[in-house]
Ligand binder design. Structure first.
Ligand SMILES: Cc1cc2nc3c(=O)[nH]c(=O)nc-3n(C[C@H](O)[C@H](O)[C@H](O)COP(=O)(O)OP(=O)(O)OC[C@H]3O[C@@H](n4cnc5c(N)ncnc54)[C@H](O)[C@@H]3O)c2cc1C
Length: 324
């Protein structure tokens, strides 16, 4: 049974939507958006044409309608009941550009793939961006998650972030305003990042190329990058590696329905066929329970879980959890 009704929500927005240039899709499939290829519908998806279009939309959207922004879905688990309200997915045309804006500075739209920034930096002899080459997300997701790898992190490179809030007001944030820590920012949760400026340093192209090749080769060997996955399922607890705790608790290869903890990298959850959001989230909580029982450590989800459960298919946080 459908838990959300996009046509009804769209109709409730009235004629104001006729001035929009972006695309509105009721009951949009999130299976098509997420790397897991699982989960329910977005009640109403909006793909703004550009920043002005996004601002216009936010100003006409009633305050009580829930709003969620997604990037390219490489860190998302969508629950089977779907995502109530509006899901904003930035269009590549309006938010996908990457360009040089000064010495060692690159400006990128929020839906620009991370690896495009890495490639632009390499072409122009700018160091400090090779780590982005192996992260399959978008810049918006990287800004929200403080994405990082191979010793590099978004927080080290970003100098200016442009965003729009729930009321449609525009903001510019500095690196300090973003309040970055490991895979976390204190930037208000309602902000939709639209683009950002990054700064690197002069570096020989051959050296950058070699770094990027090393990043790619490493990933191909240790991560199930060709599977339907959401990347690292849990954050590394201080002083520990999540994968090691999961391995020690006997969860490598553990399955629930169509979901499995990868045998190649056991902090990666994979959809091995037709996993539901329920299968994936339940497996995650099973792992948290077993790790807690084995090592007394509470793993925290790195993957963002969105939406509502199907009635009768709710997943409770594991017994030792203090927060969700
Ligand atoms: C195979 C694989 C390998 C991975 N390796 C790494 C890795 O090495 N390091 C790493 O850090 N991550 C890794 N990830 C996880 C993921 O790629 C990153 O977290 C990425 O930054 C998420 O970007 P996204 O566009 O996919 O965001 P989504 O998954 O769509 O969303 C993630 C979060 O970002 C928010 N968000 C997205 N866009 C915006 C925006 N414009 N404004 C505000 N908020 C926004 C969403 O609301 C959500 O909370 C990996 C994932 C996979 C599948």
């Amino acid at each position: 049974m459908k838990q959300v009704d996009g046509e009804k929500l769209l109709a409730s927005l009235g004629e104001g939507v006729n001035q929009l240039r972006g695309r509105l899709t009721p009951d949009a499939s999130m299976e098509r958006v997420t790397w897991f290829q699982a989960g329910g519908l977005a009640e109403l998806m909006f793909q703004p044409h550009d920043v002005d279009d996004l601002v216009t939309f936010l100003k006409l959207l009633p305050a009580e309608v829930p709003l969620t922004v997604v990037g390219v879905g490489s860190n998302l688990l969508v629950r089977d009941g779907g995502i109530p309200g509006v899901v904003v997915r930035l269009s590549a045309k309006g938010f996908g550009q990457v360009e040089l804006v000064g010495e060692n500075r690159i400006r990128a739209g929020a839906i620009c793939p991370d690896k495009h920034i890495a490639a632009m930096a390499m072409d122009n002899g700018i160091g400090g961006f090779a780590f982005y080459y192996g992260i399959p997300g978008s810049i918006g997701g990287a800004l929200r998650m403080n994405a990082g790898a191979n010793g590099g992190e978004t927080s080290q490179r970003v100098i200016e972030v442009h965003a729009v809030d729930r009321q449609g007001n525009q903001h510019v944030l500095s690196r300090e305003d973003m309040g970055y820590t490991y895979r976390h920012t204190t930037a208000p949760k309602d902000l939709i990042f639209t683009h950002a400026v990054f700064e690197g340093y002069p570096e020989e192209r051959a050296k950058i190329r070699a770094e990027m090749d090393a990043v790619r080769q490493h990933r191909e060997t240790v991560q199930p990058i060709k599977e339907k996955t959401g990347g690292s399922t849990f954050k590394n607890p201080p002083g520990h590696s999540a994968w090691k705790l999961i391995d020690d608790a006997g969860c490598r290869g553990l399955m629930n329905g169509g979901a499995q903890m990868s045998s190649l990298h056991c902090n990666f959850m994979i959809n091995i066929g037709h996993a539901t959001g329920y299968d994936l989230e339940y497996l995650g909580e099973m792992v948290r329970q077993r790790v807690f029982e084995h090592s007394d450590i509470k793993l925290e989800w790195e993957i963002k879980r969105l939406g509502i459960f199907m009635p009768g298919r709710e997943v409770k946080p594991f017994q030792g959890a203090t927060t969700e």
